[in-house]
Structure formats: structure tokens, C-alpha cells
Design a protein around this ligand. Structure first.
Ligand code: H79
Length: 474
């Protein structure tokens, strides 16, 4: 039966893709294998994203002009010729780079995995690559391989390590894809290229640069936890996505593939849009990649930092909806993670030290009304959503065999005064306490059917968010 299914898929791929060379076969791993390799990820909830590349040098500014928006796109936005962009490599010497300091920051922030750009759309490899000389070891005075150093620093701390790889776009390899605009009236649509050296054939780029570099990354850096692909433009056909996914899992069966591969290969988990958080809880494994300010790659003029209370809210909001939060830092051209980023992440980490039991390994909310409700349609008649941000909830199942019942964790962002009331409770509340109270002193409870009221102290014990744990009777 299974063979038949594979056969059918191969036939479909072969007939719909005229340029198919070797028909893509679906990964042969079973649902149980997939679930097993996902386990650490489901518990981790919070990861560090790092966008670091040559774009950290111009830091948003090119030839006296400051470019709005995301800084790692500066080569595209300023239409920088390859020869000029290559000059940046000659200047790239981030002597303050300290892999241990970065990994330690991730740990202090309570982040369980770390994913760094190995090659962004600009095509520059931040690792030593034999495949293409436009890389940090061969083309810069720095000559070190930061991915090697980071892999070791993460391994030392038990932080899972993975890399971002832009598989379709490459603005410096002949034939690499380039963003073509959102619609046909977009000026870049007709010809997105700005340098003769970008002309070429995508299949050649894909098979002589993208695939071999991904092979290098999965062969030379120890166990990889995740490969994070991005911007699957039209050229990332199902057939090509299949070749990439197959390569990853052949080399490292336990490595996760994130959701932006291309075609139908959503693989191990889904990726939300950049900085997008769904309105309601969602089943299945998904992740929101997000920024601390308004850029991924370092920009010297972007000081629009989120506040620690907002970060804690977003982390909890995402986890209570069933997702993971992949939060970005953009180190500068010297190799330093901006001080405001460091400070904010440490505050989130301090909060997690007290309240992490309600986050790591917790499941999404069994309620739902706390997320908000449909608002009035906007001027164009499009439906809207009016969020509510008073509280969120996560759950932990009963720990089997211990006789202990499951737990509900209520994150109180707006202190409700002396009573917290929740409707729709399934089960019987046995005990309630605040995680901020090391003694876990029981709070008074009153339950009337599905409605529970807990008596709280007059003031919130934690200014960021106080967590109320309600243990259910077995
Ligand atoms: O790596 C980060 C981004 O660079 C990448 N995804 C995250 C994780 C990303 N690639 N593409 N996009 C995000 C969306 C593209 C937005 C665009 Fe534009 C709008 C491209 C062209 C118009 C913004 C404005 C970038 C250039 C101009």
C-alpha cells in the first residue's frame, strides 16, 4: 500500500515537472521517527535566531543614503554591484566575536536552541566553504569560521544548534533567484537583476552551490538540530524541495527541516510569517520568527526596541497558542550583539528562571475566549480580530504514575485585583499558588461548577507577568 502511494507521488512529480531530473521521493521516515525528532523542539518553546553577515557593516546605510526596513536586504535595496559588495568582505573583521558569549546569552535568556544565518539572500557564506570562495574564511581578513565556534559553544551548554540557509535567493551566484516583486506592476518584476554576474541558470546554481553547501553544513559541524530554509520562490518546485529535504535527512535523520522549503514539503514544522502571531490557538507544530527591533540584520539607526514586558507577553501568547518563539538578534560588524538586545534578553531569562515551569514543555490553552473575539469588520468589509491581553493559559498533563494531576498555568498580565475568576474549567481545582512565591503557599479557592475563583494578594508579585498555577484533582 505504502509502495503504491510512493509510486503515485513519483508519477505525479515526474509528469508535472518537465525539468525533473531525479523524481523526488518522500522521506521514508515514519510518523514515529518524525515525532521522536520533534520532541526536544516541542519542549524548547524559545530559541535564538541570529542574522549576521556582511550587511552588518553598512548597517542600513549605503553611499550616504539610509535605507528603511530590514537591513540584511541592503544589497538588493541599494542595487549594490557585486564588486562593491565583495569589498565589504575585505573589510569584515569582527574581532570581538565571542561564540561563548553568544551561546551564554542564549542560555541566560532561557533559549533552548540557536539558529544562525549560514548564507542569507546576499549569497555570502558565514562558514568555511570549499564550494564557493565567497565565504568568511576565504574572503575576509577574519578567516575564522564562526559556525564551528558556535557549534562548539552551544554543545558545551546543551543548546541545540542549527542554521538558516536561503536556498532559492542568491544575489551573488549566477542563476540564483532574486525577489521579483509582489505583483506584475512591481518595477522589479520585469528584470530583478542589477548585475551581469547574476545572470545564469537556476538549476546550475541550485545543484552546484545550494545543495553542496547544505551538504557541507550537515557534514562538518556535528549534529544539527534544524535547517531553516527561507523564501521559497517559484523556482523552489516540489521536486527541488524534495531533493533538499532528502539530502538533509540522509545526512542527519534527526535534523528538523523548518517550514519554508518550497512545494508541499512543509516537513517537520510550520513557519508563521515573520513577526506574525496567530489570533487563536493552533494545533500542530509551528513557530513565529521575530525581531527585537524592526530589522533582522544589524542597523545602526534602528533603536525601536521592544520592551521586556512585550517580549514576555509575546513568548507566552505564542506558547499558549501552541507555538515556538524564535527571537532574533543582529550582531554588529565587530561581532557584538547590541547591548539593548542583551539587556532585554537577560530580563526575559530572569523571568523564565522563576516561571519557566509554565512555559517549557507546556501545551496550549484549553480555553480560548482569553485571546479575544471577532471585531467589527473594517472599511473594506474584511473581518477583524479584537485581541484581549489580560491573561493567557498553558497546561501540563498529569505526570503518569506519580498520582499527581495535571496543571493549569495562568499568566496574569493585568492584575485582576484580589480575585481571579475563570469560566469553562474542566475538572476540579485542588490547589492554587503563585510561581513567584517560592513557598507555593496555597491560595483560597472557590469552584462553582466550571467556574473557578482564586483569591490573590492585592498586588502583582511580578511586574512582567505573574503566573498562577492551578493543580487539578486526580
Ligand atoms: O531573514 C529574514 C528576512 O530577511 C527574510 N525572512 C526573515 C527571517 C525575508 N525575506 N523576504 N522577506 C523576509 C519578505 C520580503 C519582503 C520584501 Fe522587500 C518586500 C522584499 C521586497 C519587498 C522589504 C522591502 C525587503 C525589501 C524591500
Amino acid at each position: 500500500m505504502n509502495h503504491l502511494k510512493y509510486l503515485l507521488l513519483v508519477v505525479v512529480v515526474a509528469t508535472t515537472n518537465s525539468f525533473a531530473q531525479t523524481p523526488a521521493e518522500p522521506a521514508k521516515d515514519t510518523a514515529a521517527q518524525r515525532e521522536a525528532r520533534m520532541q526536544w523542539w516541542r519542549e524548547a518553546k524559545f530559541g535564538m535566531f541570529i542574522h549576521w553577515g556582511l550587511y552588518a557593516l553598512p548597517a542600513g546605510e549605503w553611499q550616504g543614503k539610509y535605507y528603511d526596513g530590514i537591513g540584511e536586504w541592503i544589497m538588493f535595496k541599494a542595487r549594490i554591484p557585486l564588486a562593491d559588495y565583495e569589498q565589504l568582505a575585505r573589510q569584515f573583521n569582527p574581532v570581538k566575536f565571542d561564540a561563548d558569549a553568544w551561546a551564554q546569552l542564549a542560555q541566560d535568556a532561557g533559549m533552548k536552541y540557536l539558529i544562525i544565518t549560514s548564507k542569507h539572500h546576499d549569497g555570502f557564506a558565514m562558514f568555511g566553504s570549499k564550494v564557493d570562495a565567497f565565504n568568511i574564511v576565504d574572503a575576509t581578513p577574519f578567516k575564522r569560521d564562526p559556525l564551528k565556534e558556535l557549534a562548539a559553544a552551544c554543545a558545551k551548554r546543551g543548546i541545540k544548534f542549527g542554521f538558516y540557509y536561503s536556498q532559492a535567493q542568491d544575489w551573488s551566484a549566477p542563476g540564483g533567484a532574486i525577489w521579483e516583486g509582489r505583483h506584475e506592476n512591481d518595477p522589479v518584476f520585469a528584470d530583478p537583476r542589477w548585475d551581469k554576474r547574476q545572470h545564469g541558470d537556476f538549476e546550475t546554481y541550485f545543484s552546484t552551490k545550494a545543495l553542496p553547501q547544505v551538504r557541507e553544513l550537515l557534514s562538518n559541524y556535528g549534529p544539527m538540530a534544524v535547517v531553516w530554509f527561507d523564501t521559497p520562490l517559484k523556482v523552489m518546485s516540489e521536486e527541488r524541495a524534495g531533493r533538499l529535504e532528502k539530502l538533509v535527512h540522509e545526512l542527519q535523520p534527526n535534523c528538523l527541516v523548518s517550514g519554508r522549503l518550497g512545494g508541499k514539503f512543509q516537513s517537520d514544522y510550520a513557519s508563521e510569517g515573520d513577526n506574525k502571531i496567530p489570533n487563536l490557538a493552533r494545533a500542530g507544530a509551528w513557530e513565529t520568527p521575530a525581531t527585537l527591533n524592526d530589522t533582522w540584520g544589524f542597523k545602526k539607526h534602528d533603536h525601536n526596541w521592544k520592551k521586556p514586558d512585550d517580549l514576555v507577553f509575546k513568548l507566552v501568547d505564542i506558547v499558549s497558542k501552541g507555538g515556538n518563539y524564535l527571537l532574533n538578534v543582529g550582531p554588529d560588524g565587530e561581532g557584538v550583539i547590541p547591548k539593548p538586545s542583551q539587556d532585554m534578553l537577560c530580563k526575559v531569562g530572569a523571568w523564565l528562571k522563576v516561571n519557566g515551569a509554565a512555559v517549557y514543555g507546556a501545551d496550549r490553552s484549553p480555553f480560548g475566549a482569553e485571546f479575544g473575539a471577532a471585531g467589527t469588520p473594517d472599511a473594506k468589509g474584511k473581518s477583524t480580530f479584537k485581541p484581549r491581553n489580560d491573561w493567557r493559559c498553558t497546561t501540563k498533563p498529569p505526570s503518569t504514575g506519580s498520582g499527581q494531576a495535571g496543571k493549569l498555568y495562568f499568566f496574569l498580565f493585568k492584575w485582576p485585583g484580589e480575585k481571579f475568576t475563570v469560566a469553562g474549567l474542566k475538572g476540579k481545582a485542588a490547589k492554587a499558588y503563585l510561581l513567584a512565591d517560592p513557598a507555593h503557599k496555597p491560595l483560597a479557592l472557590a469552584q462553582d461548577g466550571a467556574q473557578l475563583t482564586v483569591t490573590l494578594p492585592a498586588a502583582a508579585p511580578d511586574p512582567l507577568a505573574s503566573v498562577l498555577c492551578v493543580e487539578l484533582a486526580p
